[in-house]
Design a protein around this ligand. Structure first.
Ligand code: RTP
Ligand code: MG
Length: 140
């Protein structure tokens, strides 16, 4: 399988509980390399741009308010089949459905406040990486 990059976000519920290191350890244990990482505070507008694909969903307002409610850690993960591998490490969107040992099973608080985001395909990964990082910030 090819070496890929994916965009990951450690969401405000997790940064608030000081879980960045524990979550990063799960990525690294799975063979994903953190090749770029920064802690930022999003505005509701910026969160809305990032999650524009969900604009018509009933949870859009709640989601964008939540994503702007505290710092997030945005990061680029690299590895073989990184997009899919990261989604395996994350677990299902709803922590009640997430497999044991996944980030969401261990740390997520609810279907909305679910600790992490991960790109869902290589094409969206490229767009999402470019949303947060310049080429100069990506050190393989
Ligand atoms: P993500 O995009 O954050 O990696 O999560 P995902 O693919 O597993 O889930 P997605 O369907 O793309 O939804 C994006 C985020 O919206 C929030 N959500 N809330 N209240 C709800 O029913 C609901 N459903 C989704 C979650 O924060 C989810 O991760
Ligand atoms: Mg998604």
């Amino acid at each position: 399988m090819a070496i890929e990059r994916t965009l990951s976000i450690i969401k405000p519920d997790a940064t608030k509980r000081n879980l960045t290191g524990k979550i990063n350890a799960k990525f690294e244990d799975a063979g994903l390399r953190i090749v770029a990482q920064k802690r930022i505070q999003l505005t509701v507008d910026q969160a809305g741009q990032f999650y524009a694909v969900h604009k018509e969903r009933p949870f859009f307002g709640e989601l964008t308010e939540f994503m702007a409610s505290g710092p997030v850690v945005v990061q680029v993960l690299e590895g073989e089949g990184a997009v899919l591998k990261n989604r395996e490490v994350m677990g299902a969107t709803n922590p009640a459905d997430a497999a044991p040992g996944t980030v969401r099973a261990e740390f997520a608080e609810s279907v909305g406040e679910n600790s992490v985001h991960g790109s869902d395909a290589p094409e969206t990964a490229a767009e999402e990486i470019a949303f947060f990082f310049s080429g100069l910030e990506l050190v393989g």
